[in-house]
Design a protein around this ligand. Structure first.
Ligand SMILES: *Cc1c(COP(=O)(O)O)cnc(C)c1O
Length: 361
């Protein structure tokens, strides 16, 4: 079976973890600090604050900008649920703005329509590794004095005109094993804003700067040195891993071009799309349903997945909160998308097998 995702763990990661275990400092310590400095320098921000998941990064980033009850935060409905849930954790209200059908990312025109007196922030998501329209989003945010908390959980190394995702205002990354780089579980906040970084450090550790002196309500959302050691090894290879994903995606785009009923992923001008997922749209002209294609691929030993079958605003929990607005593009995409394996372990021969299996429908 060609799996849809596979973490790459080498000798360096194993050695790093053993060294930490033998050092005696196995929770947050010097490796976390080293990882934060290395990741900040990789993204091109002054600060990085490591936490124990991408979800925690989003939660802490919102709290660090003092977003809470009475505030509204604009999010896309076509994303992993954590993007919107983090807003609820902070006590604020997620307001959905629909996405664009070509890049799958939040539509700046829809954002403008959703801004009210209560709006405090926008959370664009760089979905599947494709940068959101950060230039327009930053311009809207500056005009309305809003924070931009970029959910770059799928976009390690992605860039817009040479500027990395996560470097525009406040960036949030996940290091879950299926992402472009991993620390097992883990996450990080990147920013040039010293106040956000300082508050984030306190919020992740019980609201304290000095141990046992507490200045605000905080949590325990710390990363461990064991995770940071894995992250340090992974960070050395992330560009090469991204390049391998891009090469696989380009080969698949080429092999699938001209197939009726299949829309291959687009790359907007000036974007480095790092293909956390390679996601096709299957339209009725394809002559086979998405479920039938999934079965066919699976019979040929090819893993695939649907990210995401239900947009956030239609999830049972969100319906129970009273959300009932239509989001036509997100709802259409949820029915049409299918992701195929392009991670670095997939070979060119396997890419050809995937393409042939789809072509011989
Ligand atoms: C993975 C992911 C998250 C959450 O990250 P975790 O580390 O799993 O908590 C948030 N948003 C998006 C878009 C993600 O893909």
């Amino acid at each position: 079976m060609i799996p849809i995702a596979k973490p790459l763990i080498g000798q360096e990661e194993i050695r790093g973890v053993i060294d930490v275990l033998q050092s005696g400092t196995i929770a947050e310590g010097p490796k976390v600090k080293e990882f934060e400095e290395a990741f900040a320098s990789y993204i091109g921000t002054k600060h990085a604050v490591a936490v124990n998941s991408g979800t925690a990064a989003l939660h802490v980033a919102l709290l660090a900008r003092d977003i809470g009850p009475g505030d509204e935060v604009i999010v896309p409905p076509f994303t992993f649920i954590a993007t919107a849930n983090a807003v609820l954790f902070a006590g604020a209200r997620p307001v959905f703005a629909d996405v664009e059908p070509d890049t799958f990312n939040i539509d700046p025109g829809e954002i403008e329509k959703k801004i009210t007196r209560r709006t405090r922030a926008i959370i664009p998501v760089d979905l599947y590794g494709h940068p959101a329209r950060m230039d327009e989003i930053m311009e809207i945010a500056q005009r309305h004095r809003l924070s931009v908390i970029e959910d770059a959980c799928q976009a390690h190394g992605a860039a817009l005109r040479g500027r990395k995702c996560g470097s525009f205002d406040v960036g949030c990354f996940s290091f879950y094993p299926t992402k472009n780089m991993t620390t097992s579980e883990g996450g990080i906040i990147t920013t040039d804003d010293a106040a956000v970084a300082g508050r984030a450090r306190m919020i992740r550790s019980h609201g304290s700067k000095v141990r046992y002196y507490h200045e605000m309500l905080g949590y325990n959302l710390r990363m461990t040195d064991i995770s940071a050691a894995i992250g340090l090894a992974q960070l050395k290879h992330v560009d090469q891993y991204d390049d391998a994903r891009i090469a696989n995606a380009m080969r698949l785009n080429e092999r699938l071009s001209g197939v009726k009923g299949i829309i291959t992923p687009a790359i907007a001008d000036g974007c480095r799309h790092v293909f956390h997922q390679y996601t096709l749209r299957i339209t009725p002209e394809f002559g086979m349903t998405r479920d039938q294609l999934i079965k066919k691929l699976s019979d040929a030993g090819i893993g695939s997945a649907v990210y995401y079958p239900v947009p956030v605003h239609l999830q049972t929990f969100y319906r129970s909160l009273g959300y009932d607005e239509r989001m036509p593009v997100s709802e259409m995409l949820a029915k049409e998308v299918i992701s195929l394996p392009v991670h670095p372990s997939v070979t060119p021969e396997e890419i050809d097998l995937i393409a042939d299996t789809i072509r011989r429908r």
